[in-house]
Ligand binder design. Structure first.
Ligand code: ZN
Length: 208
């Protein structure tokens, strides 16, 4: 939703409701963990009010433990924190589960997938950043393909059930290759909201 037109947010949410998209992906930035600030709780509540699909909330914020309960209240179904932002990741994921949400862990481009081997059983979703987090509309980092394959191998080896999500620079041009590499969930922002026909753009990405 970061790439949507906030001046007509209700219409954008209704458009996604009617599209082939499965979830709403919300990027929350705090200006500390990433060099940008996106939007906060009033906007999330406005999206949640109209959304007819699960909210997949991606926290690019330092020390997310402070706000887990508030994100639950605002309607998050999936809550993803960054590996790099949590000192006690195991405790954080437990708390997300206790609050009744699915728990995800995101990795920045420089963070090796092997670091998740001891936490995978507590994780419902692994988010691989395919750009440096902070801004929408960036160029896809091609090394991501290798990371997806390695992560998928680790998930299978650990007999884990975590979904594998890819976020950043995703569009119809790389959707098929990402799926082939092992991705289960693709996050498309600019490729959808920057298109002349967003509904059609989502159909194309899914068809790939
Ligand atoms: Zn995201």
């Amino acid at each position: 939703m970061l790439s949507s037109n906030f001046g007509q947010l209700e219409a954008e949410v209704k458009m996604v409701n009617k599209s082939v998209a499965d979830w709403f992906h919300l990027d929350i930035m705090d200006g500390i963990f990433v060099p940008n600030i996106s939007y906060g709780f009033p906007v999330i509540r406005a999206i949640a009010k109209e959304a007819e699909k699960p909210l997949d909330v991606h926290l690019m914020i330092h020390d997310p433990d402070r706000y887990l309960g508030v994100f639950k209240e605002t309607g998050a179904a999936w809550l993803t924190v960054h590996y790099e932002a949590c000192t006690h990741l195991h405790r954080t994921l437990r708390e997300i589960h206790n609050l009744g949400m699915k728990a995800g862990v995101a990795l920045n481009p420089h963070t090796p997938v092997a670091l998740l081997s001891d936490i995978l059983q507590e994780t419902d979703l692994v988010l691989i950043m395919s750009v440096n987090p902070g801004f929408g509309g960036q160029t896809f980092i091609t090394h991501t393909y290798r990371k997806i394959a390695e992560m998928k191998e680790l998930i299978l080896r650990e007999n884990a059930t975590a979904l594998l999500e890819v976020d950043g620079g995703v569009g119809a041009q790389n959707a098929e290759a990402l799926y082939a590499a092992g991705a289960d969930v693709l996050v498309a922002g600019h490729a959808v909201f920057g298109a002349a026909d967003p509904v059609q753009a989502m159909c194309r990405i899914k068809a790939e």
